[in-house]
Design a protein around this ligand. Sequence first.
Ligand code: SF4
Length: 369
Amino acid sequence: MAQLNVLQRTETLHEARWWEPEANGRVHCYLCPRHCHINPGQAGFCFIRVNEGGKLYSLGYGAPAALQVDPIEKKPLNHFLPGTRAFSMGTAGCNMGCFFCQNWDISKSRHDQVHSQEVPPADVPLLAMQHGCDSLAFTYNEPTIWGEYVIDICREAKKYGLKTVMVSNGYITREAFHDIYDHIDAANIDLKAFTETFYGKITLTHLQPVLETLQWLKNETNVWFEITHLMIPTLNDDPAETRKLAEWILTHLGPDVPLHFTAFHPDFKLQDKPRTPPETLHRARQIALEVGLHYVYEGNIYSDGAHTSCPRCGTLLIKRSWHDVTANYLKQGACPQCALVIPGVWDKAEGNSKSTVHEPSAKYSHLNL
Ligand code: SF4
Protein backbone atom coordinates (compact mmCIF):
# COMPACT_ATOMS: atom_id res chain seq x y z
CA MET A 1 0.00 0.00 0.00
CA ALA A 2 2.88 2.34 0.85
CA GLN A 3 4.36 1.55 -2.53
CA LEU A 4 1.07 2.43 -4.21
CA ASN A 5 1.04 5.79 -2.44
CA VAL A 6 4.54 6.54 -3.68
CA LEU A 7 3.53 5.64 -7.22
CA GLN A 8 0.45 7.86 -7.05
CA ARG A 9 2.51 10.77 -5.72
CA THR A 10 5.34 10.43 -8.24
CA GLU A 11 2.96 10.38 -11.20
CA THR A 12 2.53 14.13 -10.74
CA LEU A 13 6.19 14.89 -9.95
CA HIS A 14 8.97 15.72 -12.37
CA GLU A 15 11.96 13.40 -12.14
CA ALA A 16 15.14 15.32 -11.48
CA ARG A 17 18.47 15.26 -13.32
CA TRP A 18 21.93 15.17 -11.76
CA TRP A 19 21.45 12.34 -9.27
CA GLU A 20 22.48 8.72 -8.79
CA PRO A 21 21.03 5.90 -6.69
CA GLU A 22 22.81 4.66 -3.58
CA ALA A 23 22.36 1.77 -1.14
CA ASN A 24 19.12 1.37 0.81
CA GLY A 25 17.07 3.63 -1.45
CA ARG A 26 19.21 6.71 -0.79
CA VAL A 27 20.05 9.05 -3.65
CA HIS A 28 23.00 11.36 -4.21
CA CYS A 29 22.17 14.77 -5.74
CA TYR A 30 25.20 16.32 -7.44
CA LEU A 31 23.55 19.45 -8.83
CA CYS A 32 25.30 21.72 -6.35
CA PRO A 33 28.45 21.37 -4.24
CA ARG A 34 26.44 20.35 -1.18
CA HIS A 35 26.23 16.82 -2.65
CA CYS A 36 23.21 15.85 -0.55
CA HIS A 37 22.71 12.18 0.22
CA ILE A 38 18.95 11.92 0.66
CA ASN A 39 17.02 9.13 2.35
CA PRO A 40 13.63 7.96 1.00
CA GLY A 41 10.85 10.36 1.90
CA GLN A 42 13.28 13.19 2.61
CA ALA A 43 14.41 16.35 0.81
CA GLY A 44 17.84 17.82 0.20
CA PHE A 45 19.10 20.97 1.93
CA CYS A 46 17.29 23.11 -0.66
CA PHE A 47 13.88 21.61 0.32
CA ILE A 48 12.65 21.17 -3.25
CA ARG A 49 14.51 18.04 -4.39
CA VAL A 50 12.95 14.98 -2.81
CA ASN A 51 13.63 11.27 -2.71
CA GLU A 52 10.44 9.35 -3.41
CA GLY A 53 10.82 5.59 -3.65
CA GLY A 54 14.55 5.75 -4.42
CA LYS A 55 14.29 8.36 -7.19
CA LEU A 56 14.98 12.09 -7.02
CA TYR A 57 12.20 14.47 -8.02
CA SER A 58 12.11 18.26 -8.49
CA LEU A 59 9.21 19.91 -6.65
CA GLY A 60 10.11 23.25 -8.24
CA TYR A 61 9.41 22.07 -11.78
CA GLY A 62 6.52 24.05 -13.26
CA ALA A 63 5.71 25.55 -9.87
CA PRO A 64 6.86 29.18 -9.52
CA ALA A 65 6.12 30.83 -6.17
CA ALA A 66 6.85 34.34 -7.46
CA LEU A 67 6.14 35.91 -10.86
CA GLN A 68 6.85 39.56 -11.54
CA VAL A 69 7.88 42.02 -14.25
CA ASP A 70 11.08 43.87 -13.28
CA PRO A 71 13.44 46.30 -14.99
CA ILE A 72 16.53 44.38 -16.10
CA GLU A 73 18.53 46.86 -13.99
CA LYS A 74 16.98 45.29 -10.88
CA LYS A 75 18.74 41.95 -11.46
CA PRO A 76 21.15 43.92 -11.54
CA LEU A 77 22.40 43.92 -15.14
CA ASN A 78 23.66 47.28 -16.43
CA HIS A 79 25.24 46.10 -19.71
CA PHE A 80 22.44 43.86 -20.95
CA LEU A 81 19.50 45.36 -22.86
CA PRO A 82 19.30 48.49 -20.70
CA GLY A 83 15.86 49.91 -20.12
CA THR A 84 14.03 46.66 -20.94
CA ARG A 85 11.71 44.52 -18.85
CA ALA A 86 12.52 41.05 -17.56
CA PHE A 87 9.80 38.52 -16.78
CA SER A 88 11.09 37.32 -13.42
CA MET A 89 10.29 34.13 -11.59
CA GLY A 90 11.36 32.08 -8.61
CA THR A 91 10.31 28.97 -6.69
CA ALA A 92 10.65 27.90 -3.07
CA GLY A 93 13.94 26.82 -1.47
CA CYS A 94 17.64 27.58 -1.72
CA ASN A 95 20.95 25.73 -1.56
CA MET A 96 22.63 28.40 0.57
CA GLY A 97 21.75 29.32 4.14
CA CYS A 98 22.41 33.07 4.11
CA PHE A 99 21.44 34.71 7.40
CA PHE A 100 20.84 37.99 5.55
CA CYS A 101 18.60 36.62 2.79
CA GLN A 102 16.34 39.35 1.41
CA ASN A 103 13.90 36.89 -0.19
CA TRP A 104 13.75 34.56 2.79
CA ASP A 105 9.96 34.20 2.66
CA ILE A 106 10.35 31.94 -0.39
CA SER A 107 13.99 30.88 -0.25
CA LYS A 108 13.71 29.49 3.27
CA SER A 109 10.36 27.85 2.67
CA ARG A 110 9.50 24.32 1.75
CA HIS A 111 7.55 23.81 -1.44
CA ASP A 112 4.33 23.24 0.51
CA GLN A 113 4.78 26.45 2.54
CA VAL A 114 4.51 28.84 -0.39
CA HIS A 115 1.67 29.61 -2.72
CA SER A 116 2.86 28.34 -6.05
CA GLN A 117 1.08 28.29 -9.36
CA GLU A 118 1.29 25.61 -12.04
CA VAL A 119 2.98 27.19 -15.07
CA PRO A 120 4.36 24.77 -17.69
CA PRO A 121 7.52 25.87 -19.54
CA ALA A 122 5.69 26.60 -22.80
CA ASP A 123 3.50 29.21 -21.09
CA VAL A 124 6.36 31.26 -19.60
CA PRO A 125 7.51 33.03 -22.80
CA LEU A 126 3.89 33.70 -23.72
CA LEU A 127 3.33 35.46 -20.40
CA ALA A 128 6.59 37.36 -20.85
CA MET A 129 5.64 38.64 -24.28
CA GLN A 130 2.16 39.57 -23.13
CA HIS A 131 3.84 41.82 -20.57
CA GLY A 132 6.28 43.42 -23.00
CA CYS A 133 9.40 41.66 -21.72
CA ASP A 134 12.52 41.01 -23.78
CA SER A 135 13.98 38.48 -21.38
CA LEU A 136 13.11 35.88 -18.79
CA ALA A 137 14.95 36.07 -15.47
CA PHE A 138 15.33 33.12 -13.12
CA THR A 139 15.71 34.91 -9.82
CA TYR A 140 14.36 35.56 -6.28
CA ASN A 141 15.51 32.16 -5.01
CA GLU A 142 18.43 30.12 -6.37
CA PRO A 143 17.53 28.94 -9.90
CA THR A 144 20.22 26.25 -9.97
CA ILE A 145 18.06 24.07 -7.72
CA TRP A 146 15.25 24.10 -10.29
CA GLY A 147 17.63 23.73 -13.23
CA GLU A 148 15.41 21.19 -15.03
CA TYR A 149 12.60 23.78 -15.27
CA VAL A 150 15.08 26.52 -16.26
CA ILE A 151 16.38 24.45 -19.19
CA ASP A 152 12.92 23.61 -20.51
CA ILE A 153 11.79 27.26 -20.23
CA CYS A 154 14.93 28.36 -22.10
CA ARG A 155 14.15 25.96 -24.93
CA GLU A 156 10.69 27.51 -25.24
CA ALA A 157 12.06 31.06 -24.95
CA LYS A 158 14.41 30.58 -27.89
CA LYS A 159 11.44 29.88 -30.17
CA TYR A 160 10.45 33.53 -29.70
CA GLY A 161 13.90 35.10 -29.54
CA LEU A 162 13.57 35.92 -25.85
CA LYS A 163 16.78 36.19 -23.83
CA THR A 164 17.32 34.23 -20.63
CA VAL A 165 18.97 35.40 -17.42
CA MET A 166 20.24 33.54 -14.34
CA VAL A 167 20.47 35.50 -11.10
CA SER A 168 22.49 33.07 -9.07
CA ASN A 169 24.75 32.48 -6.11
CA GLY A 170 27.05 30.54 -8.43
CA TYR A 171 26.89 27.42 -6.26
CA ILE A 172 26.73 24.72 -8.93
CA THR A 173 28.80 21.65 -9.78
CA ARG A 174 30.92 21.12 -12.83
CA GLU A 175 28.60 18.26 -13.82
CA ALA A 176 25.58 20.56 -14.09
CA PHE A 177 27.20 23.83 -15.12
CA HIS A 178 27.15 23.51 -18.91
CA ASP A 179 23.82 21.66 -18.92
CA ILE A 180 22.23 24.86 -17.60
CA TYR A 181 24.46 27.74 -18.71
CA ASP A 182 24.67 26.60 -22.33
CA HIS A 183 21.02 27.76 -22.53
CA ILE A 184 21.59 31.12 -20.81
CA ASP A 185 22.28 34.54 -22.36
CA ALA A 186 23.19 36.56 -19.28
CA ALA A 187 23.84 36.10 -15.58
CA ASN A 188 24.39 38.03 -12.44
CA ILE A 189 26.43 36.07 -9.92
CA ASP A 190 26.54 37.01 -6.25
CA LEU A 191 30.05 37.10 -4.87
CA LYS A 192 28.90 37.52 -1.31
CA ALA A 193 32.32 38.07 0.27
CA PHE A 194 35.95 37.28 -0.37
CA THR A 195 36.64 35.21 2.73
CA GLU A 196 35.96 31.57 3.45
CA THR A 197 35.03 32.61 6.99
CA PHE A 198 32.07 34.66 5.74
CA TYR A 199 30.92 31.96 3.33
CA GLY A 200 31.22 29.26 6.01
CA LYS A 201 29.57 31.12 8.89
CA ILE A 202 27.07 33.41 7.18
CA THR A 203 26.00 31.44 4.09
CA LEU A 204 26.77 27.86 5.24
CA THR A 205 28.68 27.20 2.01
CA HIS A 206 32.18 27.75 0.59
CA LEU A 207 33.85 30.47 -1.46
CA GLN A 208 35.96 28.39 -3.85
CA PRO A 209 33.09 26.82 -5.88
CA VAL A 210 31.69 30.30 -6.58
CA LEU A 211 35.08 31.51 -7.85
CA GLU A 212 35.25 28.43 -10.09
CA THR A 213 31.80 29.16 -11.54
CA LEU A 214 32.90 32.70 -12.39
CA GLN A 215 35.96 31.36 -14.21
CA TRP A 216 33.90 28.77 -16.12
CA LEU A 217 31.57 31.57 -17.22
CA LYS A 218 34.49 33.65 -18.41
CA ASN A 219 36.53 30.92 -20.07
CA GLU A 220 33.96 28.44 -21.34
CA THR A 221 30.76 30.28 -22.28
CA ASN A 222 29.43 33.26 -24.20
CA VAL A 223 27.17 34.22 -21.30
CA TRP A 224 27.27 37.96 -20.55
CA PHE A 225 27.76 38.17 -16.80
CA GLU A 226 28.05 40.77 -14.06
CA ILE A 227 28.88 40.37 -10.37
CA THR A 228 27.04 41.62 -7.29
CA HIS A 229 28.63 42.10 -3.89
CA LEU A 230 26.19 43.00 -1.10
CA MET A 231 28.12 44.96 1.51
CA ILE A 232 27.13 44.17 5.09
CA PRO A 233 28.59 46.47 7.76
CA THR A 234 31.43 44.80 9.74
CA LEU A 235 31.00 41.43 8.00
CA ASN A 236 32.40 41.94 4.49
CA ASP A 237 33.09 45.68 4.09
CA ASP A 238 36.77 45.75 5.10
CA PRO A 239 38.60 47.84 2.45
CA ALA A 240 41.43 45.28 2.36
CA GLU A 241 38.92 42.54 1.50
CA THR A 242 37.33 44.76 -1.15
CA ARG A 243 40.73 45.31 -2.73
CA LYS A 244 41.48 41.58 -2.80
CA LEU A 245 38.09 40.85 -4.36
CA ALA A 246 38.63 43.47 -7.07
CA GLU A 247 42.17 42.24 -7.73
CA TRP A 248 40.92 38.67 -8.10
CA ILE A 249 38.29 39.82 -10.62
CA LEU A 250 40.87 41.80 -12.58
CA THR A 251 43.33 38.90 -12.68
CA HIS A 252 40.92 36.05 -13.37
CA LEU A 253 38.06 37.68 -15.28
CA GLY A 254 39.53 40.89 -16.70
CA PRO A 255 38.64 44.57 -16.25
CA ASP A 256 35.40 44.57 -18.22
CA VAL A 257 33.17 42.41 -16.00
CA PRO A 258 30.82 44.88 -14.28
CA LEU A 259 30.88 44.80 -10.49
CA HIS A 260 27.92 46.04 -8.42
CA PHE A 261 28.41 47.02 -4.78
CA THR A 262 24.94 47.01 -3.24
CA ALA A 263 23.55 48.22 0.07
CA PHE A 264 22.30 45.82 2.74
CA HIS A 265 19.18 46.36 4.81
CA PRO A 266 18.47 44.34 7.98
CA ASP A 267 16.48 41.21 7.14
CA PHE A 268 15.83 37.60 8.20
CA LYS A 269 18.41 36.56 10.84
CA LEU A 270 20.67 39.58 10.42
CA GLN A 271 18.66 42.26 12.18
CA ASP A 272 21.51 43.48 14.36
CA LYS A 273 23.50 45.07 11.52
CA PRO A 274 22.69 48.59 10.31
CA ARG A 275 21.94 49.56 6.73
CA THR A 276 25.05 50.03 4.63
CA PRO A 277 26.09 53.71 4.71
CA PRO A 278 26.43 55.20 1.19
CA GLU A 279 30.03 56.13 2.06
CA THR A 280 30.90 52.43 2.28
CA LEU A 281 29.72 51.88 -1.29
CA HIS A 282 31.52 55.01 -2.52
CA ARG A 283 34.77 53.81 -0.91
CA ALA A 284 34.42 50.27 -2.29
CA ARG A 285 33.74 51.62 -5.77
CA GLN A 286 36.78 53.87 -5.57
CA ILE A 287 38.99 50.95 -4.53
CA ALA A 288 37.76 48.74 -7.39
CA LEU A 289 38.33 51.54 -9.91
CA GLU A 290 41.83 52.11 -8.53
CA VAL A 291 42.55 48.40 -8.92
CA GLY A 292 41.67 48.76 -12.60
CA LEU A 293 38.11 47.52 -13.06
CA HIS A 294 36.33 49.53 -15.76
CA TYR A 295 32.68 49.28 -14.76
CA VAL A 296 31.92 49.53 -11.05
CA TYR A 297 28.45 50.40 -9.79
CA GLU A 298 26.62 51.26 -6.59
CA GLY A 299 23.16 49.80 -6.05
CA ASN A 300 20.19 50.03 -3.65
CA ILE A 301 20.97 53.72 -3.12
CA TYR A 302 20.50 56.86 -5.21
CA SER A 303 24.00 57.64 -6.46
CA ASP A 304 26.01 58.83 -9.43
CA GLY A 305 27.68 55.44 -9.03
CA ALA A 306 24.73 53.97 -10.91
CA HIS A 307 25.78 55.60 -14.20
CA THR A 308 28.00 54.09 -16.90
CA SER A 309 30.91 56.20 -18.10
CA CYS A 310 33.51 55.55 -20.77
CA PRO A 311 36.62 54.14 -19.06
CA ARG A 312 38.85 55.82 -21.67
CA CYS A 313 37.54 59.37 -22.02
CA GLY A 314 35.10 59.63 -19.10
CA THR A 315 32.07 60.54 -21.21
CA LEU A 316 28.75 59.75 -19.56
CA LEU A 317 27.20 56.85 -21.50
CA ILE A 318 24.13 55.69 -19.58
CA LYS A 319 22.41 57.68 -16.86
CA ARG A 320 20.31 55.85 -14.28
CA SER A 321 18.10 56.73 -11.35
CA TRP A 322 17.76 53.67 -9.10
CA HIS A 323 16.55 51.05 -11.64
CA ASP A 324 15.43 53.53 -14.30
CA VAL A 325 17.50 54.40 -17.36
CA THR A 326 17.02 58.15 -17.81
CA ALA A 327 19.42 58.62 -20.75
CA ASN A 328 21.40 56.32 -23.04
CA TYR A 329 24.05 58.02 -25.20
CA LEU A 330 25.71 54.86 -26.55
CA LYS A 331 26.10 54.79 -30.33
CA GLN A 332 25.85 51.20 -31.54
CA GLY A 333 27.41 49.95 -28.33
CA ALA A 334 30.29 52.43 -28.41
CA CYS A 335 31.23 55.71 -26.74
CA PRO A 336 29.88 58.61 -28.86
CA GLN A 337 32.99 60.66 -28.01
CA CYS A 338 36.00 58.35 -28.47
CA ALA A 339 34.30 55.32 -30.13
CA LEU A 340 35.55 52.85 -27.54
CA VAL A 341 33.43 49.71 -27.83
CA ILE A 342 31.68 49.14 -24.50
CA PRO A 343 31.31 45.45 -23.67
CA GLY A 344 27.77 44.21 -23.20
CA VAL A 345 24.63 43.21 -25.09
CA TRP A 346 23.02 46.42 -26.26
CA ASP A 347 20.83 45.45 -29.17
CA LYS A 348 17.63 43.64 -28.26
CA ALA A 349 17.02 42.72 -31.87
CA GLU A 350 20.31 40.83 -31.97
CA GLY A 351 19.46 37.18 -32.58
CA ASN A 352 15.82 37.97 -31.94
CA SER A 353 13.42 36.20 -34.25
CA LYS A 354 10.34 37.25 -32.33
CA SER A 355 7.55 37.99 -34.76
CA THR A 356 4.27 36.73 -33.39
CA VAL A 357 2.96 37.55 -29.95
CA HIS A 358 0.71 34.79 -28.68
CA GLU A 359 -1.85 35.31 -25.97
CA PRO A 360 -1.31 33.08 -22.96
CA SER A 361 -4.17 31.08 -21.58
CA ALA A 362 -6.90 32.95 -19.74
CA LYS A 363 -6.02 30.91 -16.67
CA TYR A 364 -3.29 33.49 -15.87
CA SER A 365 -5.51 36.53 -16.21
CA HIS A 366 -5.71 36.92 -12.42
CA LEU A 367 -1.95 37.37 -12.02
CA ASN A 368 -1.08 40.83 -10.81
CA LEU A 369 2.01 41.48 -12.94
S1 SF4 B 1 20.59 21.02 -5.34
FE1 SF4 B 1 19.58 20.76 -3.34
S2 SF4 B 1 19.42 18.53 -3.03
FE2 SF4 B 1 20.91 18.89 -4.69
S3 SF4 B 1 22.91 18.91 -3.64
FE3 SF4 B 1 22.22 21.06 -3.76
S4 SF4 B 1 21.09 21.47 -1.85
FE4 SF4 B 1 21.33 19.23 -2.04
